[in-house]
Design a protein around this ligand. Structure first.
Ligand SMILES: [Zn+2]
Ligand SMILES: [Zn+2]
Length: 436
C-alpha cells in the first residue's frame, strides 16, 4: 500500500462510519458527566471499542480507557487522546437537570475524533503498515473543578493529582508512549477553520489563610493582630514583584480576598485569599510562585500574624510540537483550504495536555464548527462534519504521515525533541510544588 492510498482508505472508512459516529457523539452530548465520574460516557466508549474490534483496558485513573493496536514496528507508540468530562453551566438549555453538567467545552467532539481516527486506521488494517503501535485513550477529568470532591478521592488514595492526564502519567500509562495528539473544539468558531496555537499558559493555584488575634476594634484594637492588614501587605508585596516578571513569560497573578473579616467592630483574625499564578514557561511560573509566597509571608511577618499557604498543582504550559502541527495543518489544508488554517500564539486557557507536552512531542489543535462561548450557555455544535468528522480524517492522515516508512518522520520529531521531564522528575516537580 502507498501512503496516499492509505490516507484515502482511512478517510473513506471515517465517511462510511459517519452516521454511527454522529449518533455516538450526540448521545454523549445528551449525557454529560463531570470529571472522575464519567462512568456512562466510559461505557459508551467501551461499547464502541467492542463494536470496531478493539481490545481495551478500562477504569484507568478511575474512569479512563485505553485501546492498543500494534503496528509493524514495536519500538514506538503514538497516543490519540480524547477527554471524557463535561463542565458545569446551569443556564445551558441542554445541561443535566441534576448536576448542571454540559459539554460546553466540546469534549464530546474529541471522543468522536479519537474514535473516528481509530476507525480510519484500524478497521482498514492500515495500522499494520505503520512503524509504531497506536493507543486510543479516553481520558478523565481535564477540567480543574470540584476540588473538594477530588480532595476526597485523594484522601481515599484513589488519585494524587486533579487532572486525568496527570494521573495517567503518574500511573505509568504513558511510559510506553512516544508521541501524543488530540484536538480541542474552538469556541466562537462556527466556520470550517482550525487554529494551531504555539501553546497554552500553565498555572499553579494557591489558597492562603492569614490568622491573627481578634479584639474590640474600638475599645481595644491594641490587643489585636490584624489579619486583614497582614493580607493587604502580602498583596502589596505581590504587586511590588510585578516589575521582576519578564514580558515574554506572560506571568499573570490575580489574587482575590475571599474572606476579609467577620464584623466591622472586631479586628479581623481570619482572612483568606485565593490566587492563580499563570505563565508560559514552567520555570517562570515556579519562580513567580516562589516570589508570591515570599510576599505573602512578608505580610504576615510585618504584622505578627500567621500565614498558611496551600499549593494546588495546576497544569503545565502546553508546548505544541511545531513539526507535528505543520503536518496537521498540511493535511487539514487539503480538506478545508490553507486559508482556513489560522496560526495563533499562546492561548490564555490551560490544559493538562500541557503536562504531557513536557514529556513527549504533542499537539492540541483547535477546531471550528462551534457557535457560542466556551463553558457558557450558548455553546453549541453547528457543523458536525467540521467538529469531529473532518478532524478525525486530518488526525488519521497526520498519524500516517508520522508513522509511514517505519515511522521515519516521527523518529525525526522525537530526535529533535528535548523532554523537560521524565515521569519521575515530573512527579518530583509537582510534589515539591505541593509541599511548598
Ligand atoms: Zn474547558
Ligand atoms: Zn476543554
Amino acid at each position: 500500500m502507498q501512503k496516499q492510498e492509505a490516507k484515502q482508505k482511512a478517510m473513506e472508512a471515517i465517511d462510511a462510519a459517519a452516521d454511527r459516529l454522529n449518533e455516538f457523539v450526540r448521545d454523549i452530548w445528551k449525557h454529560p458527566e463531570l470529571g472522575f465520574k464519567e462512568t456512562r460516557t466510559a461505557s459508551k466508549v467501551a461499547e464502541y471499542f467492542d463494536e470496531i474490534g478493539l481490545e481495551y483496558r478500562d477504569e484507568i485513573a478511575i474512569t479512563g480507557l485505553r485501546a492498543d493496536v500494534d503496528g509493524a514496528g514495536d519500538d514506538l507508540r503514538m497516543a490519540i487522546l480524547g477527554e471524557l468530562d463535561a463542565v458545569v453551566c446551569r443556564d445551558h438549555p441542554d445541561a443535566d437537570p441534576e448536576t448542571a453538567a454540559i459539554h460546553a467545552c466540546g469534549h464530546h467532539a474529541q471522543l468522536g475524533v479519537m474514535m473516528g481516527t481509530a476507525i480510519g486506521l484500524t478497521t482498514t488494517g492500515i495500522h499494520e503498515h505503520l512503524g509504531a503501535g497506536l493507543s486510543f485513550i479516553a481520558v478523565p477529568a481535564e477540567e480543574f473543578i470540584e476540588l473538594e470532591y477530588r480532595e476526597k478521592l485523594k484522601a481515599e488514595g484513589k488519585l494524587e493529582f486533579f487532572g486525568g492526564k496527570q494521573e495517567l502519567i503518574r500511573l505509568g500509562e504513558l511510559d510506553d508512549v512516544d508521541l501524543a495528539a488530540m484536538i480541542h473544539s474552538a469556541a466562537e468558531l462556527p466556520d470550517r477553520k482550525m487554529q494551531l496555537a504555539a501553546g497554552n499558559n500553565g498555572f499553579v493555584g494557591k489558597t492562603v489563610r492569614y490568622s491573627g488575634q481578634e479584639a474590640h476594634a474600638g475599645a481595644a484594637p491594641f490587643y489585636g493582630v490584624n489579619a486583614l492588614n497582614a493580607a493587604m501587605l502580602g498583596l502589596m508585596g505581590i504587586h511590588a514583584q510585578r516589575e521582576t516578571f519578564k514580558d515574554e513569560d506572560s506571568i499573570r497573578v490575580h489574587p482575590i480576598i475571599t474572606r476579609g473579616g467577620d464584623l466591622v467592630n472586631i479586628v479581623p483574625a481570619d482572612v483568606a485569599i485565593e490566587t492563580y499564578v499563570r505563565g508560559k514557561k514552567t520555570e517562570a511560573i515556579l519562580d513567580a510562585s516562589a516570589k508570591v509566597n515570599r510576599a505573602l509571608q512578608g505580610g504576615a511577618y510585618a504584622i505578627g500574624a500567621e500565614v498558611d499557604i496551600t499549593e494546588l498543582p495546576g497544569y503545565l504550559p502546553m508546548l505544541s510540537n511545531s513539526r507535528m502541527n505543520d503536518l496537521f495543518a498540511e493535511n487539514a489544508s487539503g480538506l478545508i483550504g490553507e486559508e482556513n488554517i489560522m496560526r495563533v500564539g499562546f492561548r490564555g486557557g490551560s490544559t493538562d495536555m500541557g503536562d504531557i507536552s513536557h514529556l513527549m512531542p504533542a499537539i492540541h489543535p483547535y477546531i471550528g464548527g462551534i457557535k457560542g462561548r466556551g463553558h457558557a450557555r450558548d455553546f453549541e455544535v453547528v457543523d458536525e462534519e467540521m467538529a469531529w468528522l473532518i478532524p478525525a480524517k486530518v488526525m488519521a492522515c497526520t498519524v500516517i504521515d508520522l508513522l509511514w516508512d517505519d515511522a521515519e518522520v516521527a523518529r525525526g520529531v522525537i530526535d529533535e525533541y528535548e523532554p523537560v521531564y521524565d515521569r519521575d522528575s515530573y512527579l518530583d516537580m509537582w510534589r515539591e510544588v505541593i509541599e511548598g
